[in-house]
Design a protein around this ligand. Structure first.
Ligand code: ADE
Ligand code: ZN
Length: 346
């Protein structure tokens, strides 16, 4: 049983999230509402059906459902509404800053206008900042299954999106069949355009996928990376270069890449000295929140309050914020952690 004061601390502490997908944060009711509004049919028409839809046989089965959700978003208004709702839910958890993936290719495939879509997201972000003070950045997440050619075009779109708040370029999707080597050119474009670089790797594929993402693509952050422990030399390199891992325990259990929480390597990754953060990935599709993931870390994996505070500080350090913003946010987070620990006696 978790000490209730620790649980209160986790609920109230300032948080930073680096790995959440905008489309994977859609609430079931908004999903139904948007499908109706856009005249689209979903595999389910009510909340109970959506709940069943959100159960997956395996990683690729999850990706199919994810893509269905992404494709219910059609207009700038849809993106503005979703972004605002997601940031409102984040602010309610005292998330101060969040970096959200956008599955750009899902929208390109349907010829949505990027300027309209990104303006909608920017409107949602500005409204959330104005009303709740939550700050956010957008990361273009390219679905590997769409191949290397389109990736280059999406990297150019991501660079053009900087004026709307795009801060990074990433690859996600089918890691099993599409290795990092295919995306070298796209990452060159993104780097030259001043974007931060990250990749989903070591989630569904092994440690070599992480090594290639770091060495061939030059990423400073890895989404998941839970399989790096297969390669102790790589672990040492990641530690030395301070490459951060966005760890998302519930996601890994729900997509079946890890069989159970008991087998999840989050504690071993931490003990290996890796720069690690805690994240929710696709919170509504996995039935979790960032708060839940920290509660899990404390209750199931034995993370202490000290360690939890360090994990939040890691998220500030590994973020794609400009250095001066990072310093300010880090100072605010540390001061608030200390005040809250004093108040609660934890
Ligand atoms: N897109 C949304 N969630 C993802 C995940 N966990 N891995 C890869 N691509 C994703
Ligand atoms: Zn992800």
């Amino acid at each position: 049983m978790l000490d209730p004061r620790v649980a209160t601390f986790i609920h109230r502490m300032p948080k930073v999230e680096l790995h959440a997908h905008l489309e994977g944060s859609i609430s079931p009711s908004t999903l139904l509402e948007m499908a109706r509004r856009n005249g689209l049919s979903l595999p389910a028409n009510d909340l109970a059906g959506i709940e069943r839809l959100f159960c997956y046989d395996d990683f690729l089965g999850f990706l199919q459902v994810y893509m269905i959700c992404a494709r219910t978003l059609c207009t700038g208004e849809d993106f503005a509404q979703l972004t605002y709702e997601v940031l409102k839910a984040a602010a309610a958890q005292n998330i101060r800053y969040i970096e959200l993936f956008l599955s750009s290719m899902q929208h390109r495939l349907r010829s949505l206008d990027f300027a309209e879509l990104l303006q909608g997201i920017a409107d949602g972000r500005e409204r959330a900042y104005r009303e709740m003070g939550i700050q956010s950045g957008i990361m273009f997440d390219y679905g590997r299954q769409f191949g290397s050619e389109e990736a280059i075009e999406m990297a150019h779109e991501a660079v053009a999106g900087r004026k709307y708040g795009v801060v990074a370029f990433s690859i996600g999707g089918d890691e099993i069949n599409y290795p990092p080597a295919l995306f070298v050119e796209a990452f060159k474009v993104a780097r030259a355009g001043g974007l931060g670089l990250t990749a989903h790797a070591g989630e569904a594929a092994g440690a070599e996928s992480v090594r290639d993402a770091v060495e061939l693509l030059g990423v400073s952050r890895i989404g998941h990376g839970i399989r790096v422990l297969e390669d102790p030399v790589l672990v040492e390199e990641l530690r030395r270069c301070k490459v951060a891992l966005d760890v998302c325990p519930t996601s890994n259990v729900r997509t079946g890449v890890v069989r159970s929480y008991d087998e999840h390597p989050v504690r071993r990754l931490y003990n290996a000295g890796l720069l690690m953060t805690i994240n929710s990935d696709d919170p509504t599709l996995f039935g979790t929140t960032l708060t839940d993931e920290f509660l899990l870390a404390a209750e199931r994996f034995g993370f202490t309050v000290d360690e939890i505070c360090g994990l939040v500080q890691n998220a500030v350090r590994a973020s794609f914020l400009p250095p001066e913003h990072k310093e300010r946010l880090l100072a605010d987070v540390i001061a608030e952690q200390e005040a809250l620990r004093g108040e609660l006696g934890v």
